[in-house]
Design a protein around this ligand. Structure first.
Ligand code: KG4
Ligand code: ZN
Length: 332
């Protein structure tokens, strides 16, 4: 069984094929980073204009590189939200048109479900129930996963997401986009006298996050300082450490409160090497199993959508209509 996965919720056009026997056989991604670089973040109108240009060539490339025929596909899964409306409309319209032509069903997938299960693909997977931390450009959430389709939000950001603060501070430091990647590059050297930034909401017992106060705090420091190479590296390093420590405190609390010792971390920020190393070290002490997606499945991709699509297909969770329904703000 071969399921097509289509992802267009933000600034990546992703198309993939998940095969029930061979698993993920093709995961093609076209990233729009070059288009949004000068703006320090995704520009919705430019994003949808580019998806429309790239989606058909990328689909044809996926078919060619997976060495299958179009008629081998038995269902089409696509992201219907959350995300940018114009971008979601393009993936959804393409999925519906192709399903009409091929006379096969579609399966609508929540983008966040894609991130949650991205650590399951071609990898050692967590056992249910597990705690999922999603850290991306659009989201920061802790979710308890009972099984596919059964989720409980334990905590989420009250304002900016983890990726957002990295992108915004990177822009203020003139480091470029995506911010997380640039901040990581500048944080390579170990710094002893780093800034002791506040770790937001960590004294608070709940599992929510808040990064906008930290952003303002750093912005004020940047405005008062004559930036040079050493100061830029120090701010980048300190921000990365503060974010990792804050995420760890909240994850550890979620593990303790729920007595669940399986943790999966996914989304664009989970590609960060320092974050992986620190979590692996800390978690080892606490006898918790930790899971990350492969690097190619951390940022947005069609592979995670095709994987969840396959799971929903075997549960007969199909979306049998020709309506184009997106939901830009859906949670989980
Ligand atoms: O999952 P994703 O591709 O898109 C959303 O669903 O939002 O995540 C994008 C985010 C961006 O904010 C970017 O700065 C961050 O992932 N990111 C990183 C790294 N590479 C990308 N964050 C930390 N370290 C990185 N190396
Ligand atoms: Zn995402």
């Amino acid at each position: 069984m071969k399921i097509l996965g289509i992802e267009t919720s933000c600034d990546e056009t992703g198309i993939a094929i998940y095969d029930s026997k061979k698993l993920l056989i093709c995961n093609e991604i076209y990233s729009q980073i070059i288009i949004h670089k000068n703006f320090g973040g995704p520009v919705p109108e430019l994003s949808s204009r580019d998806h429309i240009q790239k989606i058909i060539p990328l689909f044809l490339k996926t078919i060619k590189n997976s060495s299958i025929k179009i008629y081998d596909i038995i269902a089409i899964s696509y992201t219907y939200g959350p995300g940018l409306s114009g971008s979601l409309m393009i993936g959804t319209s393409f999925a519906k048109s192709l399903s009409y032509k091929l006379k096969i069903p579609t399966i609508k997938i929540n983008h966040l479900e894609g991130h949650i299960f991205s650590s399951f693909i071609n990898n050692k997977k967590p056992k249910f129930p597990f705690i999922s931390l999603i850290i991306s450009g659009g989201h920061t959430m802790l979710i308890k996963i009972e099984k596919i389709g059964f989720y409980k939000i334990l905590g989420e950001t009250l304002d900016d997401s983890t990726g957002e603060i990295l992108d915004k501070i990177s822009k203020l430091l003139n480091l470029g986009y995506p911010g997380g990647k640039e901040i990581e590059k500048k944080s390579k050297k170990n710094i002893n006298n780093y800034y002791n930034f506040p770790k937001p909401l960590t004294k608070n017992k709940n599992l929510n996050f808040s990064f906008s106060g930290l952003k303002t705090h750093i912005k004020n420091i940047i405005n008062k300082t004559n930036l040079n190479k050493n100061i830029i590296e120090n701010i980048a390093y300190s921000l990365q450490e503060t974010i990792i420590d804050t995420l760890f405190i909240k994850c550890f609390r979620a593990i303790e409160f729920n007595k669940i010792n399986n943790l999966s971390i996914s989304g664009g920020v989970s590609i960060n090497k320092k974050l992986k190393i620190k979590f692996l070290q800390l978690i080892k002490k606490n006898k918790t199993n930790i899971f990350f997606p492969k690097n190619s499945l951390c940022t947005d991709n069609g592979g995670m959508i095709s994987f969840v699509g396959y799971q929903k297909f075997i549960m007969n969770n199909l979306d049998n209509n020709n309506k184009i329904n997106i939901n830009t703000k859906i949670k989980i």
